[in-house]
Design a protein around this ligand. Structure first.
Ligand code: SIN
Length: 282
């Protein structure tokens, strides 16, 4: 296996391997896992594998989870279909900087995304390194956010486009989750800036030290949150991947965010995603 780094910040391409082999080859799987921890997102071309092989490879990292809004693949439980078609061009949720499913108590460990069909041009996906985003924050900001906890909501994201009854049902199935604003990577102990498009507010911002008058609470808390969320937009922390049929991306969902660029005209873009269950952030 050859590993070619794609940017100084994040991402590497794995060359000369097939993920089908990594389902049974322990040494190959260990090398992929090590590369994932180092580069945070891995890319491969020409992975002409079946849906079952796709899910079996992803399961080597851990059990898979479905998505409450996106449909699951008929032939491969654990694979979620993220399909855009000219008939349904508006069901697009991925074009914001986000870490998958932080509205869960235990957000995913990571994901394995395979391109089934893509537009001739456009529809790239971008990833950002949120360890680097934390490292580069000004020291005074790091001190301000050290003990903050934030709330993450499926209701205000996927739910916002639903009628009220469906939105409330979704919220009662997935109540808002609270996570530290700076989480620790369970494998490397790195600090990670952990707020994204699913984050609605800080739950413990209102203290005597931070808030002189009640009126300071909303503005200074939400400005700080928006500033933190905007860090993923900094190009120096990013990599951008152009899809072809059978290209694959594998990412560490704990230390990254991603953004699926919606710049293509109404046409088919079909992606299968295996999402690996993660741990509760600390
Ligand atoms: C996702 O947001 O997990 C999907 C990314 C993509 O479709 O490129």
């Amino acid at each position: 296996m050859r590993v070619e780094q794609l940017t100084c910040a994040i991402g590497a391409e794995l060359i000369g391997i097939n993920l089908r082999d990594a389902v049974h080859d322990d040494a190959l799987f260990a090398a992929i896992r090590e590369a994932l921890i180092k580069h945070r997102v891995l890319f491969l071309r020409d992975q002409d594998i079946t849906s079952t092989e796709h899910a079996a490879f992803a399961r080597r990292f851990g059990d898979l989870e479905d998505h409450p809004v996106a449909p699951t693949h008929e032939d491969a439980p654990g694979l979620v279909k993220i399909y855009k078609t000219p008939d349904h061009p508006v069901d697009r949720y991925e074009n914001c900087w986000h870490t998958d499913a932080t509205w869960r108590e235990a957000p995913p460990f990571g994901a394995v995304l395979r391109c089934v069909e893509c537009p001739p041009v456009g529809g790239d996906t971008m990833w950002a390194n949120m360890v680097l985003a934390y490292e580069k924050l000004p020291e005074d900001v790091k001190a301000r956010i050290a003990d903050l906890v934030a709330s993450h909501s499926i209701e205000s994201s996927f739910g916002a486009a639903m009628p009220r009854d469906k939105r409330l049902a979704l919220k009662s199935q997935f109540p808002d989750a609270q996570h530290p604003v700076v989480r620790t990577h369970p494998q490397t102990a790195e600090k990670i800036l952990f707020v994204n498009a699913f984050t609605t507010h800080f739950v413990n911002y209102h203290t005597r030290e931070r808030v002189r008058y009640g009126q300071d609470y909303n503005k200074s808390g939400s400005e700080l949150l928006q500033y933190l969320i905007s860090q993923a937009c900094i190009p120096e922390y990013q990599v951008r991947w152009r899809w072809k049929k059978n290209s694959v991306a594998i990412w560490d969902n704990r230390s990254t965010q991603h953004y699926a660029v919606m710049d293509y005209p109404p046409c088919h873009r079909k992606m299968d995603r295996a999402t690996i269950i993660g741990d509760q952030p600390y």
